[in-house]
Design a protein. Structure first.
Length: 255
């Protein structure tokens, strides 16, 4: 939804990140209004929740009819996806203790988000939207980022059944049944996506190998059983595997 720049705040004497909203030509007035509202929501949600595991937003600026979000810049940070790609190239694996710390903090951040307002959920949890870094004492830390497509009740930006987000991390309930029925999504969509994310982070594999396009993904997620996480990596404890698989339960009541 925008491009991010590194900048320096001369008044507060600190480096910050600035996200500039993409200018899209050819949009109708309603479409442009929706894009702007979602961009503003990306700033407002983290600013209102103020949790250690959610990126800190400093301000939302309007300059010459353009929108900018000024937020926390964390030196040495990268997305979990960037880390995964580095490990894939190097033939390495994410240490279990580190992955467990990230998973715990991601759950804490989502709990803070979901508790802030009934019916509020991120809607696009994935490795790209988890920012990881080391604390001052070398501990693994994580923050949720990018709230641009979050479902905000009564905001009119998305309906709870809309297919917004990234299909690889869609929950089974998002795909229509053979009778064309869909259920209204809720915060448990985020839990499924988090399970999918950490299955990949721990194994560098996907739980549903047959999922290649939207149709095969829908079939795999709704009718087949995910491959055991420990079949890819024997040093994963049974308890950790159970947590990840529970997050990926097809029945959202079991997540």
């Amino acid at each position: 939804m925008g491009r991010v720049y590194k900048a320096y705040d001369r008044q507060l004497r600190r480096h910050v990140a600035i996200k500039r909203m993409h200018t899209r030509h050819g949009l109708s007035g309603d479409q442009e209004g929706l894009v702007r509202a979602r961009f503003q929501g990306e700033a407002l949600l983290p600013a209102q929740i103020a949790d250690d595991n959610i990126i800190e937003v400093y301000e939302l600026r309007h300059i010459d009819d353009e929108l900018f979000i000024v937020f926390q810049l964390i030196p040495g940070s990268q997305t979990l996806l960037e880390r995964m790609r580095q490990l894939e190239r190097a033939g390495g694996q994410l240490p279990i203790d580190e992955a467990t710390a990230y998973l715990r903090q991601a759950l804490q951040g989502l709990c803070a988000l979901h508790a802030h307002q009934e019916g509020l959920f991120h809607r696009d949890v994935k490795p790209d939207n988890l920012l990881i870094y080391e604390s001052a004492v070398g501990e693994p830390r994580l923050k949720l980022i990018d709230f641009g497509v979050a479902h905000i009740p009564d905001a009119g930006l998305t309906a709870a059944g809309d297919s917004v987000g990234t299909p690889t991390y869609f929950p089974p309930e998002l795909f229509p049944t053979k009778r064309g029925e869909r259920v209204e999504l809720d915060h448990r969509m985020d839990l499924f996506a988090l399970g999918m994310t950490f299955y990949y982070a721990l194994s560098l594999k996907r739980p549903y190998p047959s999922a290649r396009d939207l149709q095969s993904t829908a079939e795999a997620y709704t009718t087949t059983t995910p491959v055991s996480l420990r079949s890819h990596r024997s040093d994963i404890a049974a308890g950790l595997e159970a947590v990840v698989h529970r997050l990926m339960e097809k029945d959202r009541e079991a997540r």
